[in-house]
Design a protein around this ligand. Structure first.
Ligand SMILES: [Zn+2]
Length: 199
């Protein structure tokens, strides 16, 4: 039986590797997982240019949507061309900023709550959770670049909503921001990437 999913002429692939924007891994381009609605491309590239100008590093994206208008596995809400996951920026323990996230595909390099922060979903099992990284890992969230990244994305009129874990929203000083939501304990963790919905 032929698939009912149709190729959508109004969606295109984001640039795979430029100075100001790139995929975390070539697979996102080769597998066609970096499609977004055509009208979002210039917006996302502008975020990248602004971010690069302020930090000297590119905006690094993970999954967007596929070529066809259907849900992109394993996500619950990617597929319409309006969603994009952005990798968090990391820094080594000796203060060297990393261009890419420290896991190959970007997912799973979590920045878990520190002892003084309240875990959001203690005791619950969340989908696709690889577990907290070891305490002696050589990388941490780069809070300075993360604040720049969040400010650019949240100030953009094209950003409808983002998902981020509450401990990071609070730690970075964005608690109560009307565009930041929590995906909930039955959704994937959002302390390794930012889920963005564009309008
Ligand atoms: Zn997402």
């Amino acid at each position: 039986m032929q698939s009912l999913a149709q190729s959508d002429p109004n969606r295109v692939q984001l640039p795979c590797e430029r100075e100001h924007i790139r995929a975390q891994h070539k697979l996102y381009c080769d597998a066609g997982r970096n499609y977004v609605r055509l009208s979002h491309v210039s917006v996302i590239e502008d975020w990248g240019r602004d971010y690069f100008a302020q930090t000297g590093t590119p905006l690094v994206y993970l999954d967007g949507s596929g070529k066809e208008n259907r849900r992109l596995w394993p996500h619950r809400s990617h597929g319409s061309g309006d969603q994009l996951d952005i990798a968090l920026p990391f820094i080594t323990t000796d203060e060297t900023p990393l261009v890419l996230a420290p896991t190959p595909l970007g997912y799973g390099s979590y920045e878990p709550p520190v002892l003084t922060e309240q875990p959001s979903c203690e005791g619950s099992s969340r989908p696709a959770d690889f577990g907290d990284p070891p305490g002696d890992r050589e990388w941490r969230l780069d809070s300075n670049r993360m604040k720049v990244l969040l400010s650019i994305i949240l100030d953009s009129p094209s950003t409808s909503r983002i998902f981020l874990e509450p401990h990071l929203t609070a730690r970075l000083g964005f608690k109560g921001h009307p565009k930041i939501g929590f995906a909930g304990c039955f959704a994937a963790r959002h302390d390794d990437h930012i889920h963005i919905v564009l309008e």
